[in-house]
Write a protein that binds this ligand. Structure first.
Ligand SMILES: Nc1ncnc2c1ncn2[C@@H]1O[C@H](COP(=O)(O)OP(=O)(O)OP(=O)(O)O)[C@@H](O)[C@H]1O
Ligand SMILES: [Mg+2]
Length: 422
């Protein structure tokens, strides 16, 4: 593992034994029995298909098996190498011959769902052939193997289902990392990260590393912004992917799996290029590529000639990635200011409108009057007289967000909420 790869906590703290893997005990024990039977020559199936949601330990289980059973791991990713030729060249060749060093091998073809999107229809039949000819256990992984085209393959495999990992287990794992890194943490913060990860251990570890970013403490406030997670995490992953890729093709791929729009991607890159790139030539090249992309995007908007989009995307992904002169460093990315402002003002406007509606209903005025005449007075009351504020808030039925908005001060808000409970 290169020193850059070690910087990622998902690599640094990657389990090396089955006991260290959290969750999915049933799946792991099924897998272990099968592979032991295979090496004893008693297995019913020649292949296994580990399937389930992302980041829960499918690939990891096979990696650990290769350590524990002292087998050489021959690994290929079906999304990268999708044609019959690729599979024959890498996996099938390895599956026929005993290696020099260890006499055991495990053939892992990762992410086979990707094979169906290939134009080369030979990929799938190559996988079936691989099972037939292999002298070694063949393992596939997939998020969703239920496409009818996989039917024959599924029938040839022992199907092992993986599930999302429980939040409490993830918290425990994150605690271990914090202790190893000498970080003092609020348990609430770890719980927040774990809950938001929805059982995805990889994304929880990545979020932890992003939120800690070089500090030695982690508080709830440091992780609260993950509330934007549904948009933010994919964006962070895309950035990390683009900046760390060492080939144009790899860099390009990261946008395909994300739901960022090209406009958003431009904002994210614009904000984060100076954070990622320290070398002045890297900066020049990256901004050069980005500005050209911007020109294309402008032209597309004016002319509606969408065929130009691929040029803009190439410049933003491959162009920005290839500006790299030095090794990829793990840095904390920042949320584009423009998008943040937009979201903030949007939610502020929403809260104001909701307050205005409640006033209008109870005071029999229009919501416009409520906004222009009542709201400013309420703000003064809420910051200067907590008792009166609590009375008004109960009467009008304000929720926490509304109180927070009117006081704009967490400790006053807390006091008002406490008074309301009395
Ligand atoms: N159950 C787990 N216990 C401990 N660490 C885990 C676990 N699952 C994932 N990780 C961490 O996340 C990384 C990625 O996990 P892995 O590659 O196994 O995910 P996956 O299930 O194969 O996901 P995908 O479907 O995206 O390929 C691992 O290298 C490890 O660091
Ligand atoms: Mg995997």
């Amino acid at each position: 593992m290169s020193s850059a790869e070690k910087l990622l906590w998902t690599n640094k703290y990657k389990p090396k034994s089955f006991d260290e893997i959290i969750g999915n005990k049933e799946a792991i024990s099924q897998f272990r029995s099968w592979i032991e039977e295979f090496f004893n020559g008693t297995a019913k199936y020649k292949a296994a298909l580990l399937w389930g949601p992302p980041g829960v330990g499918k690939t990891l289980t096979v990696e650990v098996a290769s350590i524990v059973y002292k087998a050489e791991l021959v690994q290929m990713n079906a999304s990268d190498n999708r044609s019959y030729g690729d599979i024959e060249r890498i996996a099938m060749a390895a599956s026929k011959h005993f290696g020099f060093g260890s006499s055991r091998k495990i053939i892992l073809v990762d992410e086979i769902d990707g094979i169906l999107t290939s134009e080369d229809r030979g990929g799938l039949s190559a996988l079936i052939k691989l099972i037939e000819v292999s002298k070694f256990p063949v393992v596939f992984t997939a998020n969703d193997p239920w496409d009818p085209q996989f039917r024959q393959l599924r029938d040839m495999c022992l199907m092992i289902q993986f599930y999302g990992v429980r939040s409490t287990s993830i918290v425990g794992f994150l605690e271990k990392i914090c202790r190893a890194e000498g970080i003092s943490y609020d348990k609430e913060a770890l719980k927040f990260i774990a809950d938001r990860s929805e059982g995805d251990v990889r994304s929880a570890i990545n979020d932890l590393q992003t939120c800690v970013a070089g500090k030695k403490t982690l508080k709830l406030d440091d992780v609260k912004w993950l509330g934007y997670r549904d948009r933010v995490t994919p964006a962070f992953d895309v950035l990390r992917g683009i900046f760390s890729s060492i080939s144009c093709n790899a860099a390009r791929r990261y946008t395909i799996t994300s739901d960022l729009s090209y406009d958003e991607l431009l904002q994210w890159l614009n904000e984060n290029i100076p954070i990622q790139y320290g070398n002045v030539y890297e900066l020049i090249d990256a901004y050069n590529a980005l500005s050209k992309a911007d020109v294309y995007l402008g032209r597309i908007k004016r002319s509606q000639d969408w065929s130009l989009l691929s040029y803009a995307m190439d410049l933003m992904t491959a162009g920005v990635s290839m500006a790299k002169r030095e090794k990829y460093k793990f840095v904390k990315y920042s949320f584009p200011e423009r998008i943040r402002l937009l979201q903030k003002s949007m939610s502020v406007r929403e809260v104001m409108n909701e307050i205005a509606l409640l006033i209008a209903k109870n005071c029999h005025v229009s919501s416009r009057t409520a906004l222009s005449e009542y709201l400013p007075i309420l703000k003064v009351i809420f910051t200067h007289n907590v008792n009166m504020a609590a009375g008004i808030a109960s009467w009008l039925g304000f929720d926490d967000r509304m109180i927070d908005f009117l006081t704009n001060n967490p400790s006053i808000s807390e006091e008002i909420k406490r008074l309301m409970k009395r």
